[in-house]
Ligand binder design. Structure first.
Ligand code: BGC
Length: 712
């Protein structure tokens, strides 16, 4: 169908019909035009799987049994794999399941920058680094869209906190906007060809993102040439005129008064009175029809999708395996050497806690979710004695009322600031008791694994955290268990960086994973038992203290009516490296059960780009996967620059003693910064160091290259 044919449909549409297509007429869909074969557009959350079916005009679940789905590792987990190929496969699973469930748009991925460890939605996002986000989000979108389903990359833009999320006004300088907060979205639009994008709730420089002229008209449509559909976040629209004029195509919200939405009756009235030109409505309808055409909704063969296949489960197991990060492993504590008839103590609620049904709009009904305890038991079998003690308890039950939080999210939860853990004296006593039982178990076991961390009481939409500390008395629990068994393996499951200071020096082995999907428990058990060699790397820094984080030390978080991103471009490791602030575990860190050696760095400037060659060798006795990382180091003499910026990475699997030559290509833009005067990316000086390593701090090889200065 060409533009002409789309125009012919538009000519036949009445104003009412067009208005029906550009706003929600149900919680998750627009209206179609049956007489012309135009279907409604069906949308669904979210990044961890296709959300359960809800009623059409309220947020109560339908309660049927046909909406159980595959549970993907959260974006924060997938990002730990540093494996773009796996991202593509995970995206394919999500897209195929969305189509299988009859959806046209899947509201994923979330790619906002993890600016502070406290953001409640960090678990839905990928990283603190724009380059890593770009490389991981683009294949995820490609994977989704192979299935005639649209991705909806969110939340555009500068949506980095939940506190006052509907009103907070983010103040970000142009350089930080261009270097940190926009590159992920730009790549998703230009390279990933995301067919839709979701406007964020917050304001940016005084105007709401869902109808922000600068973001939507000038940058997204103008500079990036986006011709897809802009969808508002649910309840993110606040003004009819701005929404009509500033590039928004579909208004969605959380209430059932669909005709009252800003882009419903109020817009119709303004068109009728001549205040708003109908051609603006036609433009939106054209974008929507173009999307439908791309999804084969206007005719032609459309893929039908499928959900809950064994193949999906296999893929998600593979993703989960590569997303486990080994942070510390002294005295070869791991992998665990488990003898027949030995006694293993598994302690901590996160050994059994299921996470798929929490977190806000990302929550799903998982077909199944293997807990780590289940993973261990299914692998170890009956001859090993595996005993469990909770050690601590979050003890909050999901209530029916809580399930419907979204219906009043505009008034209530969106304004809530932080989640406060409050516990009564009775709970305190119970905790003491649980700790005592756990310590008893630890004393009498050959091996002890302690599963701690967070859950979706903390990592959740609509709220930020008040602290980076582990809740529920877990620090005391860890200490007491280490007191009786110094070889205890600590496993942290969380969707954000957490404070590990109280135990990280003392514990001999620490493993980290984010919410790792339906097969996460099996993957964790495989890593602990050495069936899988861990290969995950941290996509975000684990700082020592909250006060060290740039958003807290230099900038503001969560601010008041406005939040000033005073730290500018110095987000995450860019800041820690510049200020030489020690961190607990740095960006890119992750160990293996084998060792890798880097050699033979050779760098060549071949004119239009720079080529970097090296060899990497597995010097150990087991096969493993290494993520080789390339950072560009600028002297920062002419222009303040982050000491190091990630500009390339590659994950390779190597057999014992196998050696491989690998190479990277760096383009001029990889050496550039955003020049606010020239309004473009710019190479400021001619000398750069290329640092190749296993993390941002573990640099193994270093070389120089010259690049001609000037515009990119
Ligand atoms: C969230 C979005 C989500 C939408 C629909 C909003 O509360 O911010 O990420 O896609 O709801 O559930």
């Amino acid at each position: 169908m060409n533009r002409h044919e789309i125009d012919r449909i538009i000519e036949q549409l009445s104003l009412d019909e067009k208005i029906g297509m550009i706003h929600g007429q149900g919680i998750f869909h627009t209206k179609g035009v049956e007489r012309l074969g135009v279907l409604p557009l069906w949308m669904s959350d979210g990044p961890m799987g296709v959300r359960k079916e809800l009623q059409d005009d309220n947020w109560k679940p339908k309660g049927t049994t046909d909406d159980f789905v595959s549970y993907l590792p959260s974006n924060s987990a997938l990002a730990c794999s540093w494996n773009p190929d796996l991202e593509k496969e995970a995206g394919h699973v999500l897209g195929e399941e969305a189509r299988g469930r009859g959806k046209d748009v899947i509201l994923a991925p979330g790619i906002n920058i993890m600016r502070s460890p406290l953001c409640g939605r960090n678990f839905e996002y990928m990283s603190e680094d724009p380059y890593l986000i770009k490389k991981m989000a683009v294949p995820f979108i490609e994977g989704i869209q192979e299935n005639d389903v649209a991705a909806c990359v969110k939340h555009f833009a500068v949506n980095n906190q939940e506190t006052r999320r509907l009103s907070v006004d983010a103040q970000v300088d142009e350089r930080a906007l261009r270097e940190i907060y926009l590159p992920g979205f730009e790549a998703c639009v230009k390279e990933g060809k995301s067919l839709t994008i979701m406007g964020a709730y917050n304001k940016f420089r005084g105007q709401h993102c869902c109808h922000n002229h600068y973001l939507l008209e000038e940058i997204l449509r103008g500079e990036w040439g986006f011709d897809g559909v802009v969808i508002s976040d649910w309840g993110g629209v606040h003004d009819t005129l701005e929404a009509a004029e500033n590039g928004l195509d579909i208004e969605m919200s959380v209430t059932d008064c669909f005709d009252d939405y800003f882009m419903a009756e109020p817009l119709k009235e303004k068109v009728k009175s001549g205040e708003i030109s109908e051609s603006l409505i036609d433009e939106k309808v054209r974008n929507i029809l173009r999307l439908m055409e791309r999804l084969h909704m206007l005719g032609g063969d459309r893929k039908k999708g499928v959900y809950n296949t064994r193949a999906h489960q296999e893929t998600l197991l593979e993703c989960a395996r590569e997303s486990v990060v080994l942070l510390k492993n002294e005295e070869h504590c791991l992998p665990l050497d488990v003898k027949e008839h030995s006694r293993i103590g598994v302690i901590g609620e996160n050994a059994v806690k299921l996470h798929s049904s929490g977190g806000g709009s990302a929550a799903i009904k998982a077909l199944y979710e293997l807990s780590p305890l289940m993973g261990l038991k299914t692998i170890l079998g009956g001859n090993v004695q595996v005993e469990y003690a909770p050690g601590y308890s979050s003890a909050k039950e999901q209530t029916e009322e809580k399930e419907e939080w979204q219906s009043d999210s505009l008034e209530d939860r969106a304004y809530k600031t932080v989640y406060q853990e409050n516990h009564t004296e009775e709970e305190e006593l119970k905790r003491g008791q649980l700790r005592k039982e756990a310590v008893e178990l630890a004393k009498n076991c050959d091996k002890v694994i302690l599963f701690c961390g967070l859950n979706h009481e903390f990592d959740a939409e609509g709220q930020d955290k008040s602290s980076m500390k582990l809740p529920y008395g877990q620090e005391e629990l860890i200490e007491e268990v280490l007191n009786v068994n110094e070889n205890t393996i600590i496993v942290i499951i969380a969707g954000s960086p957490v404070d590990m200071e109280s135990f990280a020096d003392r514990a001999k082995a620490i493993v980290y994973s984010s919410y790792n999907g339906m097969e996460g428990g099996r993957a964790m058990a495989e890593v602990l038992l050495g069936i899988t060699n861990p290969s995950g790397k941290l996509p975000y820094t684990m700082p020592r203290r909250l006060e060290d984080c740039p958003a807290h030390k230099i900038g503001e978080f969560p601010g008041e009516e406005t939040v000033d991103y005073k730290e500018g471009i110095f987000v995450g490791y860019r800041f820690y490296e510049k200020e030489k602030i020690p961190v607990r575990y740095c960006f890119g860190h992750g160990l293996s059960y084998t060792e890798f050696q880097y050699d033979d760095l050779h760098i060549e400037n071949v004119g239009e780009h720079v080529e970097v060659f090296l060899t990497v060798k597995n010097t150990g006795t087991v096969a493993g996967k290494e993520v080789v990382q390339v950072y560009v180091e600028a002297s920062g003499e002419k222009m303040e620059r982050p000491p190091k910026e990630l500009k390339g990475f590659l994950k390779s699997e190597l057999q014992p003693q196998e050696e491989r030559k690998i190479s990277f290509i760096l383009n001029r833009e990889d050496f550039s910064y955003y020049n606010e005067e020239e309004k473009c990316f710019w190479v400021p000086e001619d000398q750069y160091s290329i640092c190749v390593g296993s993390s941002v701090q573990d640099i193994r090889l270093r070389g120089q290259v010259s690049v001609s200065p000037g515009a990119v």
